[in-house]
Design a protein around this ligand. Structure first.
Ligand code: NIG
Ligand code: FE
Length: 407
């Protein structure tokens, strides 16, 4: 057998394959689903960067014994690279003043109404040239990588003119050319109504549906379309209209829903086949069941809850009902200026009563599913991409235990 295209990593202390999690499509993840292999070998096809074989060393088929590119993995714990499935990575400026106002009792929506919030980031992002947007996002991406992250979803939504939204998405494209992190771009013009359309949200929605969605689709700048359905932002009807237009133009759907108020976003997203519905801090019991019975992934953002002092999403109820649950930082300057995805697993355990295996599944397989990538990412199995996080640790349980200090 010609083995020139193969690399063998042998005698790795522990490999977490997540095979059982993948078999259960991310529902009810248990310890035994993590597929922990002690003293494992991994064979990689370097032509495709796919996993060719993974298993206990002593079970490796004899033909792989001829592989000359072989490296030992002793002292290491391998698991699928972490996947960050919800960020607002490309932006300019921070929002420490919003934080100070919130510390004095103002709410997120009050700050937005008074001209702060997303509008502050919008102003500075619009003024920032493409080169600088890329440079800042590059530094943030490197920070994500330090936390074991290998795939990052990135939303537009701080431009809110067609030109500046496209500039944000072009920044993602430029970043992808120089980064080994896999980036998944999302078009999110419905983050708020921009100043040019103040008091005319219906007209803004019309422009998004009739012109912007088609143009961004034509330029192939994004895979997903996302919308913030919330009091003071976009209502049910407006959201429905945009999701229908986006679907017709070939986008997959995501939704920011039930963050502060339930406006019917979960039912809408599930009925329209959204790949994920994100936030869900105030999801109702009826909608928990609706989501659990669907393929739509619920993406929870405990960092935003911690930072805004709002409640946490009911992860325990969602998982027990059978929902596919992912965890994300929601990295953005307003509600979670952190790139620390491992810390989200800590919050998952301590604040949302998730088990460790549930949090591991939530930042690997289920996060891949939230990006529609679970057939190629999120577990280490034959035919899936060889994207691995190497931990110099003795147990996967340190991921939430390390309290965000992974190194
Ligand atoms: O996911 N909720 C809306 N969007 C972001 C916050 C964006 C911002 O405040 O800049 C979120 O929390
Ligand atoms: Fe967000």
């Amino acid at each position: 057998m010609n083995t020139n295209h193969l690399v063998l990593y042998h005698n790795i202390d522990q490999v977490l394959t997540l095979k059982g999690v993948a078999e259960k499509r991310g529902r009810h993840p248990k310890k035994e689903d993590l597929g922990l292999i002690e003293n494992a070998n991994v064979v990689v096809n370097t032509d495709t960067n796919d996993v060719e074989w993974v298993g206990p060393s002593h079970e490796m088929p004899i033909e792989y014994g001829d592989i000359s590119n072989a490296y030992p993995g002793s002292g290491e714990l391998w698991m699928p690279e972490l996947i960050e499935c919800h960020t607002h990575l490309v932006h300019s400026g921070d929002r420490h003043h919003d934080y100070a106002l919130r510390a004095m009792g103002k709410t997120y929506q009050e700050i937005a109404k008074e001209g702060g919030g997303i509008l502050t980031t919008l102003k500075s992002t619009r003024e920032t040239p493409l080169y600088n947007l890329v440079e800042q996002a590059q530094a943030d991406l490197e920070r994500f990588q330090k936390y074991g992250v290998g795939t990052v979803e990135v939303k537009s939504g701080y431009g809110l003119t067609l030109e500046s939204e496209c500039r944000m998405l072009e920044a993602v494209r430029a970043l992808q050319e120089s980064s080994s992190v896999l980036l998944v771009p999302t078009f999110m013009p419905a983050h708020m109504t921009p100043p040019e359309f103040k008091g005319r949200t219906d007209e803004y929605v019309e422009v998004i549906c009739k012109e912007w969605i088609q143009e961004v689709a034509r330029l192939k700048l994004a895979v997903f379309f996302d919308c913030f359905i919330e009091d003071g932002f976009f209502d049910f009807k407006q959201t429905q209209k945009m999701l229908e237009a986006a679907l017709a133009a070939g986008f997959k759907l995501k939704l920011h829903a039930d963050q502060f108020n339930d406006l019917g976003g979960v039912s809408l997203g599930v009925e329209m086949g959204a790949t994920s519905i994100d936030h869900l801090e105030c999801i109702s019991d009826a909608n928990i069941n609706k989501l659990a019975q669907s393929e739509t992934v619920g993406v929870l953002c405990p960092g935003a809850s911690l930072f805004t002092g709002m409640g946490y999403a009911p992860a325990r109820k969602l998982i027990d009902a059978g929902a596919r649950i992912a965890l994300s930082t929601d990295y953005n300057p307003g509600t979670c200026p952190s790139r620390n995805l491992p810390l989200m697993t800590t919050l998952g355990c301590s604040q949302m009563k998730m088990t460790v295996p549930e949090t591991i599944a939530a930042v690997t397989y289920n996060a891949a599913a939230a990006l529609g990538l679970e057939k190629v990412l999120g577990s280490l199995e034959k035919g899936k991409q060889f994207r691995v996080c190497h931990l110099q640790k003795t147990s996967y349980e340190v991921l939430p235990y390390c309290f965000g200090e992974l190194d």
